[in-house]
Design a protein around this ligand. Structure first.
Ligand SMILES: [Mg+2]
Length: 384
């Protein structure tokens, strides 16, 4: 069997997805993958069309690992968001072909089920503590047991995460703050008047409010979105200790792994990190020193399923669990891949999920409806 064509489809609705379709010489057999990189979609599309697709014509699609290494090492200038996202799209498509040939679900090819479904968390947010409380309650009523909570910061216009699941699904962050943007027109999201002092004041008060009104039963987490410096992050993690967070997400920028030592040494709040990482090599310092509790790489930006399996395996002996990135700014195929990996690894922790619009569900029928409230299951299977 040979790869005959690689199609790259940049499409909406709502936002730009980069879909990769790998065709084979076996009639009707093809695989699809997601190579969406929020705000730089066209760079990935060009990398795929101009540089990667010509390399794949004539190759055996069964050789997933070999092709992964060929593309990763073949550039010499390797890694980075654009190339690792392009590689993810190809990797997902090749696994899709393998599953279709075997007539088996992906999780079966990855070793079989370790669980019946993946515990999910979704997003709640609001302009003040009461609005966030209401938003969390709404998610609980939909069946969620784990909820991310974000609140507006006074004087900071456009605080990250306060639009809740609807905002995440439309994925306006990093793509101009509007709704649909045409390819190439995305502008960086700018948070006006970002003020860490105010942020550090309001977040502990939010969780004090949520614990006093919602009790201890609900699992709550919070996303810093890499906006604090090390001592600020350490302070926040310490001050949030009484509220028993499920985890504190992305407290620091991704560049300086050693900064996590400071946070760790000051707090027992569980730490999650990794959505801006691109390879297993970036994860290693955090694993070997046990500086985090959850690794939350984005399957669509780390070279796909092949790398995710390795990252999970590297995390396992260090008692670190997975919490793969699951935002609205990646296509539903990555969410689907997330769930198949989730249910086939031993150290799954939690899965981030958002709600896709009806238009997206229509366009990607079969891959997004894996999500049922609170628990995600592989396609076509009912939640346990
Ligand atoms: Mg995040």
């Amino acid at each position: 069997m040979k790869i005959t064509e690689v199609r790259v489809i940049v499409t909406c609705p709502g936002r730009n997805y980069v879909v990769v379709k790998v065709m084979t010489d076996e009639p009707g057999l093809y695989g699809v993958g997601d190579a969406t990189l929020n705000g730089r979609e066209l760079a990935v599309a060009e990398a795929l069309e101009k540089h990667i697709a010509p390399l794949l014509i004539g190759r055996d699609p069964d050789r997933v690992e070999d092709t992964w290494q060929y593309l990763f090492r073949g550039t010499y200038w390797r890694g980075g968001p654009v190339l690792m996202t392009a590689l993810a799209g190809i990797d997902m498509a090749l696994w899709d072909i393998k599953g279709k040939r075997a007539n088996l679900p992906l999780y079966s090819l990855l070793g079989g089920k370790t669980r019946e479904g993946a515990l999910c968390y979704t997003h709640a947010g609001g302009k003040d503590n009461k609005a966030v409380e209401d938003s969390v309650r709404e998610k609980l009523e939909r069946g969620f047991k784990v909820v991310r909570a974000q609140v507006s910061v006074p004087k900071a216009i456009g605080t990250y995460g306060v639009g809740g699941a609807r905002e995440a699904a439309s994925a306006t962050w990093g793509s101009g703050g509007g709704t649909a943007t045409a390819p190439g027109e995305a502008l960086p999201h700018e948070e006006t008047n970002w003020e860490p002092t105010n942020y550090l004041k309001v977040v502990p008060k939010l969780f004090d409010h949520l614990r006093s009104t919602l009790g201890e039963e609900v699992e709550l987490l919070h996303d810093v979105h890499e906006r604090l410096n090390p001592i600020q992050a350490a302070r926040l993690a310490k001050e949030l200790e009484p509220y028993h967070l499920f985890f504190l997400e992305d407290p620091l920028r991704p560049e300086h792994k050693e900064s996590f030592r400071l946070v760790r040494s000051h707090s027992t709040t569980p730490i999650a990190m990794g959505e801006l990482f691109h390879t297993k090599y970036e994860c290693l310092p955090l694993f070997t020193e046990q500086l985090i509790d959850y690794i939350r790489c984005d399957l669509g930006h780390i070279g796909g399923i092949t790398e995710a399996k390795k990252i999970a395996a590297l995390a396992e002996p260090y008692q670190i669990q997975t919490a793969w990135h699951g935002p609205g700014d990646i296509a539903p195929m990555t969410h689907s891949a997330n769930v198949h990996v989730d249910v086939s690894i031993p150290n799954f922790g939690v899965q981030e999920m958002v709600f896709f619009s009806e238009q997206v569900q229509e366009g990607a029928a079969g891959v997004v409806r894996v999500m049922s409230a609170g628990v995600a299951t592989p396609l076509g299977e009912a939640a346990a």
